[in-house]
Design a protein around this ligand. Structure first.
Ligand code: SIN
Length: 478
């Protein structure tokens, strides 16, 4: 089998189906232009109806074998994938940075994060327990067993081109499901490398297929196919709602990781060091381009001036620049359209009375705005960039009410030294993830997922495997 080092050197990629790169294409090659070099470095032959249909039938065929593979053997393959990801960390991280411009130290972190999902789900594969239920009838034995849900269709974004598919694929393979992944057409090479690693680790052909092409066309094939039993999507709320509506006809299981608009609340009694450290990571990780990035920063009046001064000085120390430099904290955006929203949100806020406490020319450079009010776009919409909008509030009640004033409910952050305040916030915040004095909450061992318009279901954590299992209740009469 061709090594990963050799595989990545090929100039033209195409859909990876049933363990092979298919030669057929539905349309003109997609040119992959690196935001780093601004040059085309690869082409990808797009998949259409034919290729996606072939991927579905390959996954269906592979399911017969993989679903019956004993779970300890599945676990071993998953552990091997984790090890291979770590062995090839440099190559994979460089590919991510070349594809989407993420600072290299964050690309390294993404590989470690991705590997952790395979390790976690290897353990989960070995613990798919059934349940034995005491019956009211002396002649009956009742039990619940679990089975893999079947073929899964995944649609994944460009901001974490390996980690987002990794946490879906790891869970699915652990449960005994087979997969078809439609990565973002902007970052397909990272996904092809992940699929290759799965193959090298011993995942049977047809169990991890990759199709790159038009989102709607491929998405509709997933939706219409009765063979695809589950869809997992990370992306916009608008697309998530479409998938939700359209999944009804084939009654698919769904996991939807949608938009976030995370509030971060600093209460008067917070440790200023912890609040600054947490806000920096929650706001500027991945240059502000994560679904869990702090988008609205609420600071209580008693600590406001101290916080603002310390925050501005910490942000000024962040290093913006060459993504390949190990010391870089923030770097270029993937493409022009990623910049448009940032510019628009900043301009809109300034016109509506915000004050620019820290301003910079490029959209990917950090900015701090104060005097934010609910009429501004930045208050209601996800910015997906390194802009920190800060609002002052008076009481604990007001801070929490402002934080909940959103259609989204993915992540939230609270900084306080008071147990009472933390407990009040945790019980009242309408968010699926809450960091208390913690600005970096994502981890394979805990559930990732939102409330309200941020989606459905959970990834990772103790319940992540359930999303890929069906329950069968069995009543045995003697
Ligand atoms: C995301 O941005 O969707 C994922 C971020 C994370 O896993 O921390």
């Amino acid at each position: 089998m061709v090594s990963l080092e050799k595989y990545v050197l090929q100039e033209e990629f195409a859909s990876f189906i049933n363990g092979q790169q298919v030669a057929k294409s539905s349309g003109e090659p997609i040119e992959q232009v690196s935001p780093l070099t601004k040059k085309m470095w690869k082409t990808v032959l797009p998949a259409g109806v034919g290729e996606t249909g072939f991927a579905v039938s390959s996954a269906q065929q592979a399911f017969k074998q993989w679903s019956k593979t004993p779970s300890p053997l599945r676990a071993k393959v998953l552990r091997d994938i984790a090890n291979l990801l770590m062995e090839h960390k440099e190559l994979l991280a460089n590919t991510i940075t070349l594809e989407m411009g993420k600072p290299i130290k964050e690309s390294h972190a993404e590989i470690v994060y991705s590997a952790s999902y395979f390790s976690w789900f290897a353990g989960e594969a070995e613990r798919i327990y059934g349940t034995s239920i005491p019956s009211q009838f002396p002649n009956k034995s009742l039990k619940i067993i679990h089975e893999p849900v079947g073929v899964c269709g995944f649609i994944t974004p460009w901001n974490f081109p390996i980690a987002m598919p990794a946490r879906k694929v790891a869970a699915a393979l652990a449960a005994g499901c087979t997969t078809i992944i439609k990565p973002s057409p902007e970052t397909p090479i990272s996904m092809f490398l992940l699929a290759k690693i799965c193959q090298i680790a011993g995942v049977p052909d047809g169990s991890v297929n990759v199709v790159v092409g038009p989102e709607k066309e491929i998405g509709n094939i997933f939706l219409d196919s009765p063979v695809v039993r589950k869809i997992s999507f990370t992306g916009s709320t608008q697309v998530g709602m479409y998938l939700y509506r359209r999944s009804a006809d084939t009654m698919k299981k769904l996991t939807l990781e949608l938009g976030g608009h995370a509030p971060l609340i600093v209460f008067d009694d917070a440790s200023i060091e912890k609040a600054i450290e947490g806000t920096i990571i929650a706001k500027f990780r991945n240059t502000g381009q994560t679904c869990v990035c702090a988008n609205r920063i609420f600071v209580q009046e008693g600590i406001y001036d101290q916080f603002l001064e310390a925050f501005v000085s910490a942000v000024e120390r962040l290093k913006v620049g060459d993504p390949l430099d190990e010391n870089t904290d923030l770097s270029i955006f993937i493409h022009e359209s990623a910049q448009v929203k940032v510019k628009d949100h900043v301009e809109d806020a300034l016109v509506k009375g915000a004050e620019a406490v820290l301003m910079s020319e490029q959209p990917y450079e950090p900015k701090i705005l104060t005097g934010i009010n609910p009429s501004m776009k930045i208050f209601t919409e996800e910015t997906f960039g390194p802009v920190a909008p800060i609002m002052k509030f008076c009481s604990v009640d007001e801070g929490i009410t402002l934080a909940n004033a959103s259609e989204f409910g993915l992540a939230s952050y609270v900084f306080t030294n008071s147990m009472e305040c933390a407990n009040t916030a945790v019980s009242r915040l309408e968010y699926g993830i809450i960091g208390v004095n913690d600005g970096l909450v994502s981890t394979a061992q805990a559930s990732f997922g939102g409330m309200k318009n941020s989606g459905l279901g959970r990834e990772g954590g103790p319940t992540g495997i359930d999303e890929y299992l069906l329950e069968k209740y069995v009543s045995i009469a003697f």
